[in-house]
Design a protein. Structure first.
Length: 151
């Protein structure tokens, strides 16, 4: 399924947030194709509602239409459940920063998920979500890819 409608190619933050909500409702171990399509559809709706909310309150929107995690609306109705989102502390590294200590990605993820079960990862202006469930990691990447893993 492609990212369509309002803000085409900009909904990855909303879709990644929708995946985290779905993980609270149904274990990622049990997701099937219809669940993933549902997450993408709900992500589109969440994107549109978030952008419309930002416009109605005259809050600034990225000129390209990208949403920050903090732009996602706080109350989300998902099926029959009301979900409330909040943003915790994050880590930002600029391109010009030099990092002297190196850590394996798996090590860093293990440290983070010991503290948080759900993560939003933004890298190179692409957002994905990471879910830690029953000792396993699940990566939800809403970006379309071909059979070789390229867009």
């Amino acid at each position: 399924m492609c990212q369509a409608s309002l803000g085409q190619n900009n909904q990855c933050t909303a879709m990644s947030s929708a995946a985290l909500i779905m993980a609270c409702i149904k274990s990622p171990l049990n997701w099937d194709k219809s669940d993933i399509n549902n997450v993408l559809n709900q992500g589109n709706i969440l994107y549109e509602r978030s952008v419309n909310h930002l416009r109605s309150t005259n809050d600034p929107i990225d000129s390209r239409g990208y949403l920050s995690v903090t732009n996602i609306i706080v109350e989300i109705i998902y099926h029959t459940a009301s979900c409330y989102s909040f943003v915790g502390r994050g880590m930002t590294v600029s391109r010009d920063e030099t990092i002297f200590s190196y850590v394996l990605l798996s090590e860093a993820l293990n440290r983070l998920v010991n503290e948080h079960q759900f993560l939003i990862l933004i890298a190179n202006e692409r957002t994905s979500s990471i879910i830690h469930h029953d000792g396993a990691f699940f990566l939800f990447d809403p970006h379309s890819m071909d059979q070789y893993g390229t867009c």
